[in-house]
Design a protein around this ligand. Structure first.
Ligand SMILES: C[S@@+](CC[C@H](N)C(=O)[O-])C[C@H]1O[C@@H](n2cnc3c(N)ncnc32)[C@H](O)[C@@H]1O
Length: 270
C-alpha cells in the first residue's frame, strides 16, 4: 500500500497481488489509494501509452464539467453514478450538492476496494442523500431495483457511465445495460458517458498494445470501441452539443485542449 491507511475491515475478496482498475486509475489521477502492484502495472501501461495519465485526468475533469452543467444549467437533482471509482478530490455528490444541497446521488461499483471507501462517499449534505450499491454493471435490473430505494425514478436522473462500459466486453451486453437503465428513467433524464477508443483520429491506436498488456496482467479485462460503436449507446437519445468528442473537448473552458483517445458525451432522453 502506498498511501492512505485502509480500514482494518478489508473484504476477503480483495486481492492485493493483482493490479485492479479502480486502484490503478486512482494512481493515474494522482491519488494515494493503491498498492505496489497497481503502481507497477500503471507505470508499465504509461510507458507503452504515455497519454493514459492525461486520459484519466481529462475524464475526471469531464465529470466535473458535466455534473456542474447538469446541476446548474439543467436543474438535475438526481445522479446514478455507475463505475464510481475510488473517491478523489471532487466526487459527483460534492459537485452536485455544492450547487443544490438537496441532490440525491447513488454510487455503484463492484470493486471491493471501492466498497471499503464507500463510507467517505456517503457523507453528503443533510438536505440530500447519498447511497452506495455494491453491484455489477452486467446486471442492470439489480442496480435499478436498489437505486429506486434512494432515487425517485419518476423524476429525471443523470445516469453516469464514465469509463465503465469498457469493462463490459460484449457489446450486446453493454447495449443491454445502457438501454435497460435508460428505459427505467423518465423523459428529461440524461446519459453521461466516457469510453476509450482505438480510433486513430483521437490517437487511439496506442490503446491496442496497452490494453493487451492490461488484459494479460491486470483485472478486470478491458476493451476499446469505435466512434460508431459508442454512438450506438446513445440511440433513442438526443446528444447535446458538442456531441461525441474527445472528453477533453466537451464544453471545455479553454480554446482547444489536446485531443485524447477517450470519447465523452451527454445526451438527454426525449
Ligand atoms: C476507469 S474507473 C472510472 C471511475 C470514474 N467513473 C471516473 O470516470 O473517474 C472504472 C470503475 O468501474 C468499476 N467497474 C469495472 N467493472 C465494473 C462492473 N462490471 N460493475 C460495476 N463497476 C465496475 C471499477 O471498479 C472502477 O472503479
Amino acid at each position: 500500500m502506498s498511501g492512505n491507511q485502509y480500514p482494518s475491515a478489508v473484504p476477503d475478496k480483495l486481492n492485493t497481488g493483482v493490479a485492479h482498475n479502480a486502484r490503478v486509475w486512482n494512481y493515474w489521477v494522482g491519488g494515494k489509494d493503491h498498492y505496489e502492484v497497481d503502481q507497477q502495472v500503471g507505470d508499465q501501461v504509461a510507458a507503452m501509452f504515455p497519454v493514459i495519465r492525461d486520459v484519466a485526468r481529462a475524464d475526471r475533469d469531464f465529470l466535473g464539467r458535466a455534473v456542474r452543467f447538469l446541476a446548474s444549467d439543467r436543474g438535475v437533482r438526481q445522479f446514478l453514478d455507475i463505475g464510481t471509482g475510488l473517491p478523489t478530490l471532487e466526487n459527483t455528490h460534492e459537485i452536485a450538492q455544492r450547487i443544490a444541497p438537496e441532490s440525491r446521488i447513488v454510487y455503484v461499483d463492484n470493486d471491493p476496494i471501492v466498497l471499503v471507501h464507500a463510507r467517505s462517499l456517503l457523507v453528503g449534505a443533510p438536505q440530500g442523500a447519498t447511497d452506495y450499491i455494491d453491484a455489477d454493471a452486467h446486471r442492470p435490473d439489480s442496480i435499478i431495483e436498489r437505486a429506486s430505494e434512494t432515487l425517485d425514478l419518476d423524476r429525471p436522473v443523470a445516469v453516469m457511465m464514465l469509463g465503465i462500459l469498457n469493462f463490459i466486453l460484449d457489446t450486446e451486453q453493454a447495449l443491454h445495460t445502457v438501454r435497460r437503465i435508460m428505459a427505467s428513467v423518465p423523459s428529461g433524464s440524461y446519459l453521461v458517458m466516457t469510453h476509450p477508443t482505438t480510433d486513430t483520429d483521437l490517437g487511439g491506436e496506442g490503446n491496442v498494445e496497452a490494453m493487451k498488456f492490461w488484459n494479460a496482467n491486470a483485472t478486470p479485462p478491458i476493451t476499446a470501441r469505435s466512434r460508431s460503436e459508442i454512438n450506438a449507446f446513445f440511440e433513442g437519445l438526443d446528444l447535446l452539443p458538442p456531441g461525441l468528442v474527445s472528453c477533453s473537448r466537451w464544453r471545455a473552458a479553454s480554446e482547444s485542449p489536446v485531443v485524447l483517445p477517450q470519447f465523452g458525451a451527454v445526451a438527454v432522453k426525449p
